[in-house]
Design a protein around this ligand. Structure first.
Ligand code: GDP
Ligand code: IMO
Ligand code: MG
Length: 427
């Protein structure tokens, strides 16, 4: 069973970095397939804490080859500062591979992201401001710049000029900003070419050959199912496909090679940025989840919106990703509540609805229907097996499993690598 996908089952920040790092020791390749440095994946190894944005979490495991696939958007300045930061801490990053087909986040894409959000005002998406949406827009509009373009100055210049022709009209005439000079952009991009060169590779060929040799490949999703451009809460989404299908298009590995799809699922729910969130808590319980769970964005430092677990969303994630397993994270954060409400269905315009409505208007009107599950007060952070958990914590996990449609194969009881209960092995 060589290829596994690990992805966010909610609105991101479920603990994908920790889960990827945990499996890193048993896999040969860890591949990011979409998104860019809008991600913030935290990995805690012993007393060391790492925040990864663009690099796959497998970079912290020496035996593992980290890969940035064709579906990722790469900001070279961020890439180098992340690599430098890791090198300074003694992490060897020399095995990194980057697809020559991955698109580059140019300085003008970052500018357009920021001015567009400002222009939208109250209707803003609450993006991370990292240029993600505009870069994917350029890719789809066929005016994007790819990593391989850095190695042909004449093509690069033509492409940057073409992209800026329209953007400068927008920037100067609509947004009242200064025009961006193509020559300067080309010069900056060419400045990255030499240092990038050793990493650039035919990652499609390498990954498929590795799978033929029965090597284990792990795809690490950024963001989450409900932030997916097709399957998420559009328009309050990111501009890529974090869902399982994205692992194929974003890497060039076919779906027949994928044997497990693991959804990372927080024991409650969080969201950053704008958009509907039926179980959001604007009271002291929400404040307590944020405080105890340390729910502050790794990328933008924004407070995360917090709420109870939503089983409707978990079922939806199982369906659109074909999940085989869940990795339930942050169960320890729920310790101390006498009762824990879990959303089992929605009420929409007076009707009980069991599944996620496809209509945005309906979803905006969805009110959670809660079932209260008994809580526990014992410290669970030292639990090593399912039977070490208090009875009520076991019942909470079982109830979530029954409602969510896939087996829970691991449980996080703390941020560290070893603060995990493994139930079914993934590899
Ligand atoms: P990602 O974007 O999905 O990788 O998740 P983030 O790193 O943005 O946010 C998850 C946060 O929860 C990080 O601070 C992790 O260190 C932390 N974390 C992960 N799993 C657990 C867990 O089981 N318990 C606790 N208490 N923290 C966890
Ligand atoms: P990880 O991988 C949580 C959210 C932003 C915004 C929307 C669009 O750490 O789970 P974008 O900059 O992507 O155009 O912003 O998506 N968002 C995330 N929320 N975790 C993330 O990544 C996110 N990446 C983007 O807050 O609402
Ligand atoms: Mg995150």
């Amino acid at each position: 069973m060589p290829a596994l996908v690990l992805l966010g089952a909610q609105w991101g920040d479920e603990g994908k970095g920790k889960a990827t790092d945990l499996l890193g020791g048993s896999v040969d390749y860890v591949v990011r397939y979409q998104g860019g440095n809008n991600a913030g994946h935290t990995v805690v190894v012993g007393d060391q804490k790492y925040a990864l944005h663009l690099l796959p979490s497998g970079i912290l495991t020496p035996e593992c080859t980290p890969v940035i696939g064709n579906g990722v958007v790469v900001d070279p300045s961020v890439l180098f500062s992340e690599l430098n930061g890791l090198n300074e801490r003694g992490v060897d990053t020399s095995k990194l591979l980057i697809s020559g087909n991955a698109h580059i986040i140019t300085p003008y894409n970052v500018t357009v992201d920021k001015v567009t959000e400002r222009f939208l005002g109250k209707r803003k998406i609450g993006t991370t401001g990292r240029g993600i949406g505009p870069t994917y827009a350029d890719k789809i509009n066929r005016v994007g710049i790819r990593i391989q373009d850095l190695y042909d100055e004449s093509i690069l210049t033509q492409k940057v000029e073409a992209a800026l022709e329209v953007k400068n009209q927008l920037l100067t005439k609509l947004y009242n900003r200064r025009a961006i000079e193509a020559g300067q952009v080309v010069e900056e991009l060419l400045g990255y070419a030499d240092r990038l060169k050793p990493y650039v590779a035919d990652t499609v060929l390498i990954l498929n050959q590795a799978l033929e040799q029965d090597k284990v490949v792990l795809f690490e999703g950024g963001q989450g199912t409900l932030l997916d451009i097709d399957h998420g809460t559009y328009p309050f989404v990111t501009s890529s496909n974090p869902t399982a299908g994205g692992a194929c298009t974003g890497s060039g590995v076919g779906p027949t090679k994928i044997s497990r799809v693991i959804g990372i699922l927080k024991a409650y729910t969080t969201r950053v940025g704008s958009g509907p969130f039926p179980t959001e808590l604007l009271d002291e319980d929400g404040e307590a989840l944020r405080r105890i769970g340390g729910e502050r964005g790794v990328t933008t430092g924004r407070d995360r919106r917090c709420g109870w677990f939503d089983a409707v969303i978990a079922r939806y994630a199982t369906r659109v990703n074909g999940l085989t397993d869940f990795f339930l994270t942050k169960l320890d954060v729920l310790t101390g509540w006498e009762e824990i409400p879990v959303c089992v269905a929605y009420e929409i315009d007076g009707k009980r609805v069991e599944e996620l409505p496809y209509s945005q208007t309906d979803f905006h009107h969805a009110k959670p229907i809660y079932e209260n599950l008994p809580g526990w007060s014992e410290d669970i952070t030292k639990a090593k097996s399912f039977s070490d958990l208090p009875k009520n914590a076991q019942a909470y996990v079982k109830a979530l499993e029954d409602m969510s449609g896939a087996q829970i194969s691991a449980i996080g009881v703390g941020p560290g690598r070893d603060e995990t209960i493994e139930i079914n092995s993934f590899i």
